[in-house]
Design a protein around this ligand. Structure first.
Ligand code: C2O
Length: 541
């Protein structure tokens, strides 16, 4: 591979959407941010220079960071934030991966404006496992808030209630014509008839799973989270924040005299009603007059049936070129409840959670508190005292009826507890969604690994019977999985990457409320199984 250099200047830029102009934190003045490309095997060297008053940190979402955990990016997990006027160089090699990923700020809610595509092409002279497309197109799904994102998060944290929802969803930063004052901010995809386009879809939205469809067209799913999938056709898909989906779109053989809306809007099962409705882009055939515009039909906002049917179709390609490496046996099993909860309202606040409490979210009833120094440094330099403990429970301390009503076991405890596993442990994690304060799907993301989704279902996980139906042949491989609403999902992976790895809900509101935990994977014995020391410019707290 070769070395590719990028420079990220973090700076404020005025951006206007929906007739609101605001100053936003951006990379190089762009919203969304610049595209980063590499080939499998290349080294990426990205120099991040912070010119804004805010702290910043950048995460390479889905990059495994084999032996380069120092470059991963989440604040207070693998590094301290990059402060104003500071610089940090992320230096890592893309090993054994190719596909669609993205990079984003991993600090507060700055991800709302600081994100961009990260495209890993196969090695030179290596083909896709499908015919070469005529053209490749990246479509990033995102959110637009009229308010300053910092104000949105502090409102959510200070009131102890739900956050203000965004004003619009976006395709590549553009809300499209179905929102007021947005006609001229519409994403357009111009196509030729009779060709195949590879659409790289990325959900960079803060808090919403999204349905996506294009009127009168079907497409073939070929990849999720930068792993090849068994192709299947659909005209509708769902994608959680943190997930990517590649589809092949075959255009009509003869250019029709029409244009076609592509739409996205939320899938949501939680409490309260909101929609904030639909981002529209337009698929246009180059030579036609585009007189009529067709619109696709999306599922209802709570379309859980569609979601369950869609995710069940996702399988690894699992052929001789791209075999699966799913652990057939496991060394260590974990059972994690993931969901909402509440905690006492601090004295000088009025909280908007149930019965005047403060909203929280947790894994096994532990709402993770971020430490004041970074976990990876504390671990590496053996200074964990007062920073974290290694006693994260491998199952809930007080089991309850997770999906029953009325909810019980709602209170969460704060803590910074980690799980420690030896190098190369084969791990199974069952993530059980809860019905505390309403069931909701949670997009759980694991840093440092891909995992296999070996099973999922609704209701409470049954440890005696559900494992009998696990798919250990061609389970989908990914880095972010939607835990079904009032249901469970089982994942397996080899803990073959030494370091400290974050796992969290990719809804920023749940992440801030504490739906997060971290793993320590110990060094192995060989030099190639050890985490090297940090780079000298690693930010200090
Ligand atoms: Cu894309 Cu820790 O996140």
């Amino acid at each position: 591979g070769i070395t590719r250099h990028y420079k990220f200047n973090i700076k404020l830029t005025n951006v206007t959407r929906l007739c609101h102009t605001k100053s936003m934190v951006t990379v190089n003045g762009k919203f969304p941010g610049p595209r980063v490309v590499a080939r499998e095997g290349d080294r990426l060297v990205v120099k991040v220079v912070n010119h804004v008053p805010n702290n910043i940190s950048i995460h390479w979402h889905g990059i495994r960071q084999l032996q380069s955990g120092w470059a991963d990016g989440p604040e207070y997990i693998t590094q301290c934030p990059i402060q104003t006027n500071q610089t940090y160089v992320h230096n890592f090699t893309v090993t054994g991966q190719r596909g669609t990923l993205f990079w984003h700020a991993h600090l507060s809610w700055l991800r709302a404006s600081v994100y961009g595509p990260l495209i890993i092409f196969p090695k030179r002279n290596v083909s896709y496992p499908f015919a070469k497309p005529h053209k490749e197109v990246t479509i990033m799904l995102g959110e637009w808030f009229n308010a300053d994102t910092e104000a949105v998060i502090s409102q959510a944290l200070q009131t102890g209630g739900g956050p203000n929802v965004s004003e619009a969803y976006t395709f590549n930063g553009l809300p499209g014509p179905l929102y007021n004052c947005s006609e001229n901010k519409t994403y357009k995809l111009k196509v030729k008839p009779g060709k195949t386009y590879l659409l790289r879809l990325i959900n960079a939205a803060l808090n919403d799973d999204l349905f996506f469809s294009i009127a009168n067209h079907t497409f073939t799913v070929v990849e999720v989270d930068a792993t090849y999938a068994k192709p299947f056709e659909t005209n509708l898909l769902v994608i959680t924040p943190g997930q990517t989906t590649n589809v092949l779109l075959k255009t009509k053989p003869i250019a029709p005299n029409a244009s076609f809306y592509m739409l996205a809007r939320p899938y949501f099962t939680g409490q309260g009603t909101f929609d904030n409705t639909t981002v529209a882009g337009i698929l246009e055939y180059e030579t036609s007059s585009n007189s009529t515009a067709f619109k696709p039909t999306l599922p209802p906002i709570n379309g859980t049936n569609f979601v369950a049917n869609f995710t069940r179709k996702l399988r690894s390609l699992a052929n001789s070129r791209f075999p699966v490496n799913v652990p057939q046996t496991v060394d260590k099993k974990f059972f994690f409840t993931v969901g909402l909860g509440n905690s006492p309202c601090p004295k000088n606040q009025t909280c908007q959670g149930p019965n005047g409490t403060k909203f929280a979210a947790s894994v096994n009833n532990i709402s993770m508190a971020l430490p004041s120094s970074a976990l990876l440094q504390s671990y590496f330099f053996k200074k964990s005292n007062g920073v974290f403990t290694s006693d994260f429970p491998s199952s809930p301390l007080h089991p309850f009826n997770y999906t029953g009503t009325p909810p019980n076991n709602t209170f969460v405890a704060n803590g910074t507890k980690l799980v420690v596993v030896p190098f190369n442990t084969s791990v199974e994690v069952v993530m059980q969604g809860t019905r505390i304060f309403g069931a909701e799907s949670h997009p759980l993301h694991l840093h440092g690994f891909n995992f296999y989704v070996v099973g999922e279902g609704f209701g409470n996980f049954d440890p005696n019977n559900d494992p009998k139906n696990f798919n250990l042949v061609d389970p989908v491989e990914r880095n972010t999985v939607g835990v079904p609403t009032a249901g469970w999902v089982a994942i397996r992976f080899h803990a073959d990457n030494p370091g400290v790895w974050f796992m969290h809900c990719h809804f920023d509101v749940h992440l801030s409320w504490g739906l997060r935990m971290a793993w320590i994977v110990l060094d192995g014995t060989l030099p190639s199984q050890k985490l090297p020391p940090p780079p000298s410019d690693l930010p200090k707290c």
